[in-house]
Design a protein around this ligand. Sequence first.
Ligand SMILES: *Cc1c(COP(=O)(O)O)cnc(C)c1O
Length: 392
Amino acid sequence: MNKIYMDNAATTPVRNEVLEAMIPYYGELYGNPSSLYQTASLSKRAVEHARAQVADALGAKPDEIYFTGGGTESDNWALIGAADGCGKEGGHIITTSIEHHAVLHTCRYLEEKGFDITYLPVDAEGLVTVRELEQAIRPDTFLISVMFANNEIGTIQPIKEIGRLAKERNILFHTDAVQAVGHIPIDVNVLNIDLLSLSAHKIYGPKGVGVLYVRKGTKLKSFIHGGAQERGRRAGTENVPGIVGMGHAIELVSAEMREENKRLIPLRDRLIEEILTAVPNARLNGHRTERLPGNVNISFEFVEGESILLLLDTKGIAASSGSACTSGSLDPSHVLLAIGLPHENAHGSIRLTLGRHNTESEVNEVIRELPPIIERLRGMSPLYEDFISTQR
Ligand SMILES: *Cc1c(COP(=O)(O)O)cnc(C)c1O
């Protein structure tokens, strides 16, 4: 087991309060919410309580909340459901080049089905330009999908401006808010969001449960077909324990957000500053201030992200890298390439994401352990030797 876990953007542990709330629904409260007896009605009541908890956290109405099998399903449903519901064969969608694969690969699928997709570029800090977004709008644009905050580099998008623009032009607006929830206050009405994706396991809830917020009146076709659950729009017997966990997780994370951000932001900033001070030829990826409170993403020249991760792991530190090598592909991250990093720098990037369990002393330990690791790896790098000899 790693003693320091700094990969909270990948997943988070289920918190005890959440687990305790879930356990009875695996045990004596096992009823199917659709059935008509007491045990079942307790399950149904638990699902409706969770729905209200999620709605409260988003400024939504309970009947606009749909439980799904996770963030990926929510993204798939939002895009494919909107495409099927737009009433045309084909049509135009605007998204960005830095979306999560759950959005990007769904867009590729829709391209095969005859839809046109614009993948907006981002600037060097990972921000979408609202003017560019506006210029990309066509008469047949029916959907804009822009993530709230990026999972790799932490950049937070101008969601309010995008929502306003989408509303003015009468275009549906979807946002993948999986990384934003619990860190950024979200009100779907203030932000003019029509569709919003969430996932429980990124906020100390269970894996395999998500939410799609669907504004009342939105033309969205069903994605999972079967029974009449979720008001006929998302079939399948409800994951009652998971849904209960989602409700508790979002309520807790929302209540603690302000205090937790106050704690995390200085920790994040110290981690960034101390690493950049200690290690030459390193740079921060993502926006300096429009950034998730727990996100640190740094590129180190002349080293491989995977090698850094392996050596960090020997010190008990869990982090993640800026390339997809770990997932069996040799391509560097599409996000790091989109902000203009050359391939070799994208390969030398690591991401440290802080969460509620990380302490100041853990941050200190990473600040102590990381610079010698980079130095050691550079000591073995012929590229670095060449670079140093040109500096002399
Ligand atoms: C984790 C993540 C997802 C996928 O959510 P799952 O519940 O793991 O399917 C989608 N989008 C973003 C931004 C994420 O970070």
